[in-house]
Write a protein that binds this ligand. Sequence first.
Ligand SMILES: *[C@@H]1O[C@H](CO)[C@@H](O)[C@H](O)[C@H]1NC(C)=O
Ligand SMILES: *[C@@H]1O[C@H](CO)[C@@H](O)[C@H](O)[C@H]1NC(C)=O
Ligand SMILES: *[C@@H]1O[C@H](CO)[C@@H](O)[C@H](O)[C@H]1NC(C)=O
Ligand SMILES: *[C@@H]1O[C@H](CO)[C@@H](O)[C@H](O)[C@H]1NC(C)=O
Ligand SMILES: *[C@@H]1O[C@H](CO)[C@@H](O)[C@H](O)[C@H]1NC(C)=O
Length: 455
Amino acid sequence: MVVLLPPLLSQLSLLSLLCFTFTLTSITSQTTTNIPADYLKLQLLHTHPFPFPFPSPSQALISSDTHRISSLLRHHTKLPLTSAASSGSGQYLVHLLLGSPPQPLLLVADTGSDLIWATCSACRNCSSRPPSSAFLPRHSSSFSPHHCYNSACQLVPHPESTHCNRTRLHSPCRYEYTYSDGSLTSGFFSREKATFNSTVEHHSLSFGCGFHVTGPSVTGPSFNGAQGVMGLGRGPISLSSQLGGRFGNKFSYCLMDYTLSPTPTSYLLIGGSKNATVSRRMSYTPLQTNALSPTFYYIGIESVYVGKSKLRISPSVWAVDRLGNGGTVVDSGTTLTFLADPAYRRILAAFKRLVKLPPPSKPTPGFDMCVNVTGVLKLNLPKLGFRLAGGSLFLPPTGNYFLDTADGVKCLALQPSTSSTGFSVIGNLMQQGFVFEFDADGSRLGFTRHGCGLP
Ligand SMILES: *[C@@H]1O[C@H](CO)[C@@H](O)[C@H](O)[C@H]1NC(C)=O
Ligand SMILES: *[C@@H]1O[C@H](CO)[C@@H](O)[C@H](O)[C@H]1NC(C)=O
Ligand SMILES: *[C@@H]1O[C@H](CO)[C@@H](O)[C@H](O)[C@H]1NC(C)=O
Ligand SMILES: *[C@@H]1O[C@H](CO)[C@@H](O)[C@H](O)[C@H]1NC(C)=O
Ligand SMILES: *[C@@H]1O[C@H](CO)[C@@H](O)[C@H](O)[C@H]1NC(C)=O
């Protein structure tokens, strides 16, 4: 999911951001780690299809593979609602144990936003907390809202009309965080104990206790059982930044192809890769920064290939402009890939030129290019490749950008970017089957097809 530019943060100078980062680090360094480990390994779960009936059921689409189909329907039902990026159904969820005693939470792993938040309930004496419900701060002895005057509170956007009474003892830090489709979470920015690796590692985390949660990408079926979001962005309040210092300011994941059966396990690893073979085989591209949008992992695209031809797309189409608009971000919380309009049109035209297969009898809503592959013995779809800044080549398998939408029908899973600022988003489907390593200190993004699922 792509977060909207929090107006407060965008006005801060880089210097004050650095200063806040320091203060937050000093807060979170109060960890009580019993057994030091140099990495944390968290299992990533792929969301399951939401229950029948579908919101806009299309009986023709319901085939044997309901998993795939339902995720597609989700894209369809969401497309008209979303702006820059659809959160879609294809989310990867991560377990987090929060509070004392620990309460299990399932959060969307999202490199496109910073805030860690969970839906909260003020329930005072809930004898049985139903699974997949809210976090109950009153059931935790370690919960503590930040004071509104606390420097940590300066790191989150506040609702309008918030004022802070410095001398009042109980004046909790209010936050209001908005995603690009207008979805919103607000509540109290708080401190809480997080437990990793069953019970052996504890870290103090600042997170949003969300009492007010609205919008299509954070509620209802599209949220699919998640209770919140684990922001993994570059800003100081993300999980990776808060825990970063302890783990070399690196994290990595490999999103496995969830259409495989049985579904392989994906992991989110906080800390560097432990496998020298994997590290050696990594290709790198520099991470670019945008002072106006410190959350995102921007990469540079130099050129695009479809089949053997290099497309004529000006590198400026992919780049952040002088006003801080545009750019290309890598986002685990967005399913499909959204490309700036001029790039999208050229890539679509190139595929249409090269793919000689007939279209299906009926168009598939939400996709500009679909083909009927029924009876095709050896399917040979053109390869899509991105030459990245620094010269590395990102060459995803065709399954990362051609989706099966029905028996014998494949659709090009790219979308034109509809955001007003025209930025491009490399979504999680495009990232499948690669280890991606986000290295903040080295300011680079590593990727390799080797060693998925290895520590
Ligand atoms: C988890 O904890 C065990 C000790 O119970 C430790 O040996 C192991 O290294 C830890 N794993 C991670 C990934 O932190
Ligand atoms: C919570 O509820 C239980 C019974 O369900 C009761 O015995 C207990 O006293 C209650 N605690 C508080 C703090 O209200
Ligand atoms: C701030 O809180 C103090 C203590 O509760 C109170 O006396 C004071 O009037 C408050 N100030 C404002 C501006 O609300
Ligand atoms: C695909 O083409 C075959 C004939 O080759 C046809 O029988 C089938 O109905 C077509 N499927 C779609 C979805 O258009
Ligand atoms: C490292 O990764 C390679 C494959 O890329 C694998 O063959 C090897 O067993 C791994 N080593 C360890 C220690 O996990």
